[in-house]
Design a binder for this molecule. Structure first.
Ligand code: DI6
Ligand code: FE
Length: 424
C-alpha cells in the first residue's frame, strides 16, 4: 500500500519531521527513509514514511510537531541480555586476573559469581534497587528503551525472589520496558557444594514454580559450562520451564563447546548467548529451531578471550545475530550499548548495519517481542531515539561519545537534550 493511503488516526497525534529514519525494516540498507516523517498516536506509530507523502490531515492536525533537525531516528535500543541487578563490584578480581589468574581459576576458588552472590544476599531490597537503578539510567542515556534483566546472584529462594522483585520495581518506576529472566542455574551456591544435582532439584521443584506463580519471569536461562551446569542438568531446567509455559534462553558455549546451543534450539529457545565455541552443528540446530544468537563482545573483551564467535557461519545459516551488554560485575562491567556496537564491529567484524540490527530488530527477536518493538513500522510501539549523527554507521564508529538527542518510549518523550531533561 502506498504510504499516503495509510488510514489516519482519529485521536490526537504528535508528529516528527525533518529526520532521516533507519527503520531497520524491509530490504533497503538500514530500512532508510530520507527526509522522513513519523506520527505517533497514543503508544503506537500511526504513520511512517517520506515527508512528501505525509497526508495533509496528519500534517495540519498534529497536536505537537517536533523538528528532528535532520538527525537520525532509529528504533529504541533493546539490550536483550543483562545481569544489571547485583550488589558490589569485582574490581579486586580484575586486578587478580591482570596478574595472571583466569576467570575460571577465580570461580573455582569461591570467587567470581559466588562473590557477587555473597554481596547480593547481604543487600536489602532498597539498596539493591538503588545500585541497579544507576545502571538502568545509564543504559537509557544511550538510547535503550527495552532491557532484559536476569536473576542469578541469589541462588536461594529468598534472594532470587528479591532480585526479581527489584527487576519488577525497576520496570514500574522507570519509563522503559523491563523483561525479567530467571537464572537460578547461574552457579552452584556454597551450601550445595558437591551436590549440583540436588541444587537443580531444588531450583526445579521449589524456586521456579514460585517464580512462575508470582509472574516474576517471562523466561528461564542457565549457565551451561564447565564451571556452570552440565547438559543434562540444563535439560532438566528446560523441561521444568516448559511445563510452566516459560520461554527459554541459554548461556551457551562461552568458554567451551558443551552442545548447549543445540539443546536450547531443540527446546525452541528464543536465544543462545555468548557462543564463542559453538560448532557448525550447533549453528545449524539454531537455524532449525529459530533461535537467535546473542553476541556479547563486552565479555569477550573484558575476559581477553581469543576465540571469536563464528560470525560467517551465523550468516551462512541465516541465524539472526543480536547484540547486548551482558552488564554484570564479573565479565562485562559496562552500561554502554553504543560501545558494544563498536566492539561488535572491531572485534567480531560485524558490519555497522548488522550491529545496529543486533540492538534493534534482532534484540527484539531474542526476547520474542519482534511483533511489538525492534523496527519502526506502523502499529509497533512508538519507541525510538533521535541521534545527532548524519549516517547510521556513525553509531558504531564513535568510541565513548553519546550523540543521543531525544528518546521516546511508547509515545512519551523521556529524554531531550536541548531543553531540560524531563525525567532525571
Ligand atoms: N556468563 C557471564 O559472562 C556472566 N554470567 C555468565 O554465566 C558473568 C557473571 C559474573 O561473572 O558475575
Ligand atoms: Fe550473561
Amino acid at each position: 500500500m502506498h504510504p499516503s493511503h495509510q488510514s489516519i488516526p482519529e485521536k490526537p497525534h504528535s508528529l516528527w519531521v525533518n529526520i532521516n529514519i533507519a527503520t531497520m525494516a524491509g530490504n533497503r540498507a538500514y530500512g532508510q527513509i530520507e527526509d522522513g516523517a513519523l506520527a505517533v498516536c497514543g503508544e503506537r506509530i500511526a504513520w511512517i514514511g517520506k515527508r512528501c507523502h505525509l497526508p495533509r490531515d496528519l500534517k495540519n492536525n498534529a497536536f505537537h510537531v517536533y523538528d528532528g533537525n535532520q538527525g537520525l531516528m532509529t528504533p529504541g535500543f533493546v539490550d536483550c541480555h543483562t545481569h544489571l541487578v547485583y550488589a558490589g563490584n569485582r574490581a579486586k578480581e580484575f586486578e587478580l586476573r591482570l596478574k595472571g589468574a583466569s576467570y575460571e581459576d577465580i570461580a573455582r576458588q569461591g570467587g567470581g559469581i559466588r562473590s557477587t552472590v555473597r554481596a547480593t544476599r547481604q543487600a536489602d531490597e532498597t539498596s539493591l534497587l538503588k545500585q541497579s537503578a544507576v545502571r538502568l539510567m545509564a543504559l537509557m542515556r544511550e538510547g535503550v528503551t527495552t532491557v532484559e534483566i536476569k536473576s542469578g546472584y541469589g541462588l536461594d529462594l529468598a534472594t532470587e525472589l528479591r532480585m526479581l522483585c527489584v527487576v519488577q520495581k525497576l520496570g514500574e518506576r522507570y519509563p522503559l520496558t523491563v523483561v525479567p529472566t530467571f537464572l537460578g542455574a547461574h552457579a552452584l551456591p556454597p551450601e550445595y557444594e558437591g551436590k549440583s544435582d540436588a541444587y537443580i532439584d531444588f531450583i526445579c521443584a521449589e524456586v521456579l514454580p514460585e517464580v512462575a506463580a508470582r509472574s516474576l519471569a517471562s523466561a528461564v536461562d542457565a549457565f551451561c559450562e564447565g564451571i556452570g551446569f552440565t547438559l543434562d542438568q540444563t535439560r532438566r531446567i528446560f523441561m521444568a520451564a516448559k511445563k510452566l509455559g516459560l520461554a527459554i534462553k541459554l548461556h551457551a558455549e562461552q568458554l567451551s563447546d558443551m552442545g548447549g546451543a543445540a539443546l536450547a534450539a531443540q527446546f525452541g529457545a528464543l536465544s543462545a548467548d555468548h557462543l564463542e565455541y559453538v560448532s557448525e552443528a550447533g549453528v545449524k540446530a539454531m537455524a532449525a529451531g529459530g533461535t537467535t544468537a546473542v553476541l556479547l563482545p563486552g565479555a569477550f573483551y573484558f575476559l581477553r578471550e581469543k576465540r571469536v564467535p563464528p560470525i560467517e557461519c551465523f550468516r551462512y545459516y541465516q541465524v539472526p545475530m543480536a547484540l547486548a551488554t551482558d552488564c554484570n560485575p564479573g565479565s562485562s562491567p559496562t552500561v554502554s550499548l553504543l560501545l558494544m556496537l563498536n566492539m561488535a564491529c572491531t572485534l567480531f567484524c560485524l558490519t555497522p548495519e548488522e550491529a545496529l540490527a543486533g540492538v534493534t530488530r534482532n534484540g527484539a527477536r531474542a526476547l520474542g517481542l519482534e511483533d511489538v518493538i525492534g523496527t519502526l513500522e506502523r502499529g509497533k510501539n512508538a519507541d525510538f531515539a533521535i541521534w545527532d549523527v548524519s549516517e547510521p554507521a556513525e553509531l558504531a564508529y564513535h568510541i565513548g561519545s553519546n550523540p543521543l538527542k531525544q528518546l521516546v518510549v511508547k509515545g512519551r518523550m523521556i529524554r531531550e537534550r536541548r531543553r531540560h531533561a524531563y525525567y532525571w
